[in-house]
Design a protein around this ligand. Structure first.
Ligand SMILES: C[S@@+](CC[C@H](N)C(=O)[O-])C[C@H]1O[C@@H](n2cnc3c(N)ncnc32)[C@H](O)[C@@H]1O
Length: 277
C-alpha cells in the first residue's frame, strides 16, 4: 500500500477513535479495524454522507403473513450479514424476477437466497472465476483470500439446490454480457472489489438488465481498500441509494439502463454508408 493512501486511511480512521476504541484495542488490537469501519459507515449514513438512504422494499405491497426462506446457517463466509441476506430475500420475493444474475458466487450462500425466494421458473445465473482460477488471485488487487478459500457449488449441492441454478465459470473482465442483453430482472454485484472490476461488472450488468427490476452492490460504504468502490458508485450519473444499516447499494433497472451508451451503427455499417455516399 502506498504511503499517501496509508496516511489518508489513518486520518479517516482517526475520526472513529474514542474511549471505546482504545479499550477495544487494549483487549484485542485486531478488533479495532472492524470497529472503526462499522462506526464510520454508520456515521456516514446518519450524517447523510455519500448515497442517500432509501429502502428498496418501500414501494412494494407486502402482507404481514408473507414469509421468506433463508439458509439457517449463515457461516459460509462471503461477508453478507443477516440483514443483507433478509433484504435480498425480500426483494427477490416481492420483485418476482424471471431471471437473476449474480457476479461473485463464493460458496453460493446468496445464490441460495435468490433460488429459495424466486418463482420456481426463475432462471438463476451466478458467475465466479473457474475453480482452478486461484492463480488469477495473485493478479487481483483485492479479494485474494476469498478467491483461494471458496468452494464453489459444494454448499448448493449440500443444500439440495444443484438443479436450480446455472454456474458460469469465467473472469468477469472477459465475460461477454451480450447473450444476456436486456433479460435480467435482479442483478447482484459482489465480485472483486477493486474499482476497475466494479466498473466492469457494473457496465456489464447494465447491458444485461431488462427494463424492469433492480441491481444491488455489496460492500458499499466500506473504508480502506473498499473506499474506491464507494467513490465509483457515488460518481455514477444515475439515481443510486444505500439500504439503511447495511453495506448494500441499489438502483432500479431503468436507471441502470442509462449507463448503456445508445447503440450507434457498427463499424461495418459505417463503412457501407461511406461507400454508398
Ligand atoms: C465476496 S465473494 C461473493 C460472496 C457471495 N455473494 C455471498 O455473499 O455468499 C466474491 C467472489 O467474487 C469472485 N471473484 C473475484 N474476482 C472475480 C472475477 N474477476 N470474476 C469473477 N468472479 C470473481 C471471488 O472468487 C469470490 O468468490
Amino acid at each position: 500500500m502506498n504511503l499517501g493512501r496509508r496516511l489518508r486511511e489513518s486520518i479517516e480512521g482517526a475520526k472513529a477513535l474514542n474511549i471505546c476504541s482504545f479499550r477495544l484495542a487494549a483487549r484485542n488490537p485486531s478488533l479495532l479495524r472492524n470497529y472503526i469501519s462499522v462506526t464510520l459507515q454508520k456515521y456516514d449514513e446518519l450524517m447523510e454522507i455519500g448515497l442517500p438512504v432509501k429502502n428498496p422494499l418501500r414501494d412494494f405491497a407486502a402482507h404481514d403473513f408473507d414469509t421468506l426462506s433463508v439458509p439457517l446457517l449463515f457461516q459460509t463466509g462471503g461477508g453478507t450479514d443477516p440483514r443483507e441476506i433478509l433484504t435480498l430475500a425480500a426483494v427477490t420475493k416481492l420483485c418476482k424476477p424471471a431471471r437473476i444474475f449474480e457476479i461473485g458466487t463464493f460458496n453460493g450462500r446468496t445464490t441460495a437466497v435468490f433460488i429459495l425466494n424466486s418463482p420456481s421458473n426463475c432462471e438463476v445465473f451466478t458467475l465466479d472465476l473457474p475453480p482452478d482460477g486461484g492463480d488469477l488471485a495473485h493478479h487481483l488487487p483485492t479479494d485474494v483470500a476469498l478467491v483461494q478459500d471458496r468452494q464453489p457449488e459444494a454448499y448448493l449441492r449440500r443444500a439440495g439446490l444443484a438443479g436450480r441454478y446455472r454456474q458460469i465459470y469465467c473472469d468477469s473482465m472477459t465475460f461477454d454480457p451480450e447473450p444476456f442483453g436486456n433479460s435480467v430482472e435482479l442483478g447482484f454485484i459482489d465480485g472483486a472489489h477493486a474499482e476497475e472490476f466494479v466498473r466492469n461488472d457494473t457496465l456489464k450488468m447494465a447491458v444485461m438488465m431488462s427494463p424492469r427490476g433492480f441491481v444491488f452492490w455489496h460492500d458499499y460504504g466500506g473504508k480502506g481498500s473498499f473506499r474506491p468502490l464507494s467513490k465509483y458508485l457515488e460518481s455514477l450519473p444515475i439515481e443510486l441509494y444505500r439500504v439503511p444499516a447495511t453495506s448494500l447499494a441499489w438502483t432500479t433497472a431503468s436507471e441502470m439502463k442509462k449507463l448503456v451508451p445508445p447503440a450507434g451503427p457498427t463499424r461495418l455499417e459505417v463503412q457501407s454508408q461511406r461507400l454508398s455516399a
